[in-house]
Design a protein around this ligand. Sequence first.
Ligand SMILES: [Zn+2]
Length: 110
Amino acid sequence: MILQCPSCRSVRIAANHTGHKVCTSVGTVAGVASGIAAATSGARIGATVGALAGPAGSALGGLAGALLGGLVGGVAGGSAGAALGDFIDENILDSFECMECGHTFNVDTD
Ligand SMILES: [Zn+2]
């Protein structure tokens, strides 16, 4: 699909993904925050399982559980945020900008 400016018919179009960028960041932060909660229980489970291998195993298990919980939360939040941002970009914000005349517009998807 070739994008064209609805105002001047130029094909020099730049995509703005403001919603995508903002929501990915916010989603990642929110995900990490909830991931911290998951990390706490992850650490507890890891420490319990690791305790079977002795005190060193308990410490390592706790660390691994905490890292996994935080990481999974951050990635999940970031993905959810990116999806939401794409939706906002496509439906609410003007997603494209003409490099010739500066006109911003949205693409009609139907
Ligand atoms: Zn234009």
